[in-house]
Design a protein around this ligand. Structure first.
Ligand SMILES: CC(C)(COP(=O)(O)OP(=O)(O)OC[C@H]1O[C@@H](n2cnc3c(N)ncnc32)[C@H](O)[C@@H]1OP(=O)(O)O)[C@@H](O)C(=O)NCCC(=O)NCCSC(=O)/C=C/c1ccc(O)cc1
Length: 396
């Protein structure tokens, strides 16, 4: 084939393939910055049973209150943060009276509260990144706290002053593995679009699942006892330029469904909000399956054991979940200290929790060499990302 000037040129397919290769990044995606945020209302776990039965006007359910107190005592949580306050709950009796539908009112509140909390975390990440917000090329947002069109991605882009052409992806209802899923998507975007800078943002507000106790549904006490509000944001990009100081390389990402687990961690969006139903078997199923998930994720990298030589960023879904991962992998107890710290200080914030754990690992400078981020979500889904700490001396 010749050009109009008579010079030989490559075939169109070869030219397109060449261009496609040229559009890819040279190196792996990296974590360039991390931001986190929580609402101001803080409730100590030791006060939670009194607080919860008072605000739901359920003091007469003395057995359930005693049960909640037992769960709180065993939770290894010290305190949690919530967007909702006692005043807000008082002004919305439908949030605590199961006879009335309340989804509309919950959706109306989270429609602005989720983008605002997400923006606080994202602004922190962008400030640390050190480049203008207008240089973010892609946005991946994940939440189960409300669903709107346009969604949190649209509002967040406006709140942060992102460019109007920022390419947005919205992920809904990924439960507690939502940030892990968003980071996996961001890694693919960053590695396949040279120069891309992807903002990942994830927030959850427990207002979407707050409800009064009920004798016939004692299991709902688990979500009231463990879950807290938070937002996490990460700037992801490959081939860092001089101002950028990566914390972690995102080496590989995998996802697995634990067999026979579809009823283990279910979420149902109801007229009275989101109902989360955790099975009692969840911790044991995690313990039995976690090593197989980790082996599948790491064997392509020729890593097939020596789990204590890696650092770990495990989703703090509950004390029993962390105990199960520790036992299933035979980890030295200090290996999950960053996850236990996040559980202790914030509770289970669902998806954003792993972003807090990554932040904590780099703060404690506990990360070294290779490590694994583990997200645990509905079904049971296990999201695994192999990371390599860059040893950045960034001031955070
Ligand atoms: C701190 C716990 C709750 C209790 O500690 P323990 O050492 O097991 O203590 P006990 O065995 O004595 O349990 C205390 C009480 O809690 C009860 N309990 C113990 N698990 C249960 C139980 N799943 N049911 C309902 N009663 C129970 C247990 O029966 C007992 O009741 P009682 O005998 O009356 O004192 C512990 O079991 C624990 O951390 N469990 C894991 C909690 C859990 O499943 N976390 C969720 C992980 S998945 C995730 O993060 C979110 C995914 C998600 C998915 C979809 C969405 O929409 C949103 C999110």
């Amino acid at each position: 084939m010749t050009s109009l000037l008579g010079n030989p040129i490559a075939s169109p397919v070869a030219a397109i393939n060449g261009t496609r290769r040229g559009r890819r990044a040279d190196g792996p995606a990296t974590v360039l910055a991390i931001g986190t945020a929580n609402p101001p209302n803080c409730v100590k776990q030791e006060d939670y049973a009194d607080y919860y039965f008072r605000v739901t006007k359920s003091e007469h359910l003395v057995n359930l209150k005693a049960k909640l107190r037992r769960i709180c005592e065993k939770s290894a949580i010290k305190k949690r943060y919530f967007h909702h306050t006692e005043e807000l709950l008082d002004s919305h009796p439908e949030f605590t009276d199961r006879r009335f539908p309340s989804l509309d009112a919950r959706q109306d509140i989270v429609a602005t509260a989720v983008p605002e909390l997400t923006a606080a975390a994202a602004a922190e990440a962008i400030a640390e990144w050190g480049r203008p917000a207008t240089e973010i090329t892609h946005l991946v947002v994940s939440t189960y706290s409300g669903a709107h069109m346009p969604g949190t991605d649209f509002h967040l882009a406006s709140l942060l002053g992102l460019r109007p052409t920022v390419r947005r992806t919205m992920l809904y209802m990924n439960g507690c593995s939502s940030a892990s899923a968003a980071l996996r998507v961001a890694k693919d975007i960053a590695e396949n679009n040279r120069g891309a800078r992807v903002l990942v943002a994830c927030a959850e507000l427990t207002l979407i699942l707050f409800r009064a106790p009920h004798e016939a549904q004692a299991d709902t006490l688990i979500m009231q006892a463990l879950f807290g509000d938070g937002a996490g944001a990460v700037v992801v990009g490959a081939d860092p330029v001089s101002v950028e100081q990566p914390d972690f390389e995102m080496v590989s990402a995998s996802q697995a469904m634990i067999p026979e687990s579809k009823d283990m961690a279910k979420g149902r969006l109801r007229e009275d909000g989101l109902l989360f139903l955790p099975s009692r078997e969840m911790p044991s199923l995690v313990r039995e399956n976690i090593e197989r998930c980790v082996v599948n994720a790491l064997s392509p990298l020729d890593i097939s054991g020596g789990w204590n030589d890696l650092f770990w960023a495990v989703h703090p879904g509950g004390r029993a979940i962390l105990d199960s991962v520790e036992a299933g992998l035979g980890l030295d107890p200090r290996k999950l200290e960053a996850s236990r710290h996040v559980l202790r200080e914030y509770g289970n914030m669902s998806g954003p929790s792993v972003i807090f754990v990554l932040d904590e690992l780099r703060r404690q400078q506990e990360e070294n060499g290779m490590g694994v981020m583990v997200g645990i979500g509905p079904g049971i889904s296990v999201e695994t990302m192999v990371l390599r700490a860059t040893g950045s001396q960034k001031k955070i």
